[in-house]
Design a protein around this ligand. Structure first.
Ligand SMILES: C[S@@+](CC[C@H](N)C(=O)[O-])C[C@H]1O[C@@H](n2cnc3c(N)ncnc32)[C@H](O)[C@@H]1O
Length: 395
């Protein structure tokens, strides 16, 4: 995530805390606290940090959300945003994560969004990420009225303009066409797992994307939700839709061949102290941002030509072997293993030993075909074409 995005996110944290406290006070409607003894006649400004009691309370909500959305998944598709405690936990913990994930995906788009629609917005992390990335007309749409109300309150607190609409897949989409439409962590909650219905919805949504614009679909980096997204991708790719990112391969997704494979992204970020303390309390890890995503082009637009040479996106973490470094790469030729022995390391291929998931590389020189992969040696070269989260340059 860029420094600008990290600074923008820091600016949101006090607003999220203030709004959460207001919602909590309205919910508990406890008696007003008497003024402290000693006759202070002014109100102290609210602390920008959560108290230990507040952390405990939010942590319990995060645990319930995390369990329900990622482990047992009993909350997926349920109206958990209408439960004030869960909505509060979402606001303080998942909102900053989704915001940061979305900023890092928006930076990969070929154009800056002006008109943006955020479907399944919840309290609007992707909508506000779009606004901070330059969108001037933004609509957040969700079925949860309380979540949309929080998004409106955040718009007031930040003096940003945001439209809100109640929406669910059986209702018409908000009017108009958009440069960017975002769907953050919502597709996996729809249609009870029916891939065809999800693909039909995505196709309908793509009709509302302006020429040159993009639909950004982001999903949790879990094996099942990632594979389901890849299946939706395959339905659309078979119908001729182009993927702008992350795929360089234009055929059926090779990560679906083996049931144990999947594909997800990982981005580094400056974790806000609030996220750090809440993650620790709930026993979760958010040191890096992990998500699965697709950036789709509207109907009739061609796939971008890949950069010249043999290019591949790194789609695994470093897979260390005895005396050698390995990665999985996926490029116009498909998904292949890449390996190089430590003893072949030199100035021309050194970068291979420091690659990150999501980077696009060009391999050159002599590369040996090895089974279904490529063996690099001291006669191979490795260049970085695009960092994770950067648009792949046009040839
Ligand atoms: C995990 S939250 C994601 C919120 C936000 N987009 C983000 O990425 O952080 C999923 C959102 O999808 C919404 N949602 C779930 N099922 C829906 C449906 N059938 N129609 C409309 N929205 C739905 C929920 O209300 C919730 O706000």
């Amino acid at each position: 995530m860029s420094g600008d995005a990290a600074r923008d996110l820091e600016g949101w944290i006090p607003r999220l805390i203030t709004l959460w406290r207001e919602q909590r006070a309205a919910r508990t409607k406890g008696p007003r606290q008497p003024p402290p003894r000693g006759g202070r006649h002014f109100e102290e400004p609210p602390s920008p940090k959560l108290t230990p009691q507040e952390i405990k309370e939010v942590g319990a909500g995060i645990k319930r959300l995390s369990h329900g959305l990622t482990r047992e998944r009993e909350l997926a598709g349920a109206k958990y945003m209408d439960d004030p405690a869960l909505l509060g936990a979402y606001l303080l913990f998942y909102w900053p994560v989704s915001y940061a994930q979305s900023r890092s995906l928006l930076s990969e788009l070929p154009t800056r969004p002006r008109a943006l629609l955020d479907l399944g917005s919840g309290p609007g992390p992707l909508a506000f990420a779009g606004i901070d990335a330059g969108a001037s007309e933004t609509i957040a749409a969700d079925r949860s009225k309380p979540a949309l109300e929080l998004a409106r309150q955040l718009a007031i607190a930040s003096s940003e303009s945001l439209g809100t609409r109640e929406w669910s897949p059986e209702r018409p989409l908000p009017e108009g066409k958009f440069d960017v439409i975002t769907m953050g962590h919502v597709l996996n909650e729809l249609f009870n797992g029916d891939i065809q219905k999800r693909a039909d919805l995505v196709e309908k949504v793509l009709e509302r994307v302006k020429p040159g614009g993009s639909l950004v679909v982001m999903e949790p980096a879990l094996r099942d939700t990632s594979r389901a997204l890849l299946q939706v991708r395959d339905v659309l790719v078979a119908k001729g839709y182009a993927v702008r990112a992350p795929c360089l391969f234009r055929g059926a997704c090779p990560a679906l061949v083996k049931p144990s494979d999947w594909c997800h992204a990982e981005r580094q970020w400056r974790m806000p102290p609030l996220t750090e303390v809440l993650a620790r309390t709930a026993g979760l890890h958010k040191e890096s941002l992990k998500m699965s995503y697709l950036v789709l082009a509207p109907k009739g637009e061609a796939w971008a030509e890949p950069p010249p040479g043999r290019v591949l996106r790194i789609v695994s973490e470093a897979l260390e072997g005895k005396g050698r470094q390995r990665f999985m790469g996926c490029g116009p030729e498909g998904r292949i293993g890449l390996a190089m022995q430590d003893k072949h390391r030199n100035a021309g291929n050194e970068k291979f030993f420091h690659l990150n998931r999501g980077e696009v590389i060009r391999i050159g020189g002599e590369v040996e075909a090895k089974g279904d992969g490529a063996g690099l040696s001291d006669r191979s070269t490795v260049e970085i074409v695009a960092r994770a989260g950067q648009a792949v340059p046009k040839p």
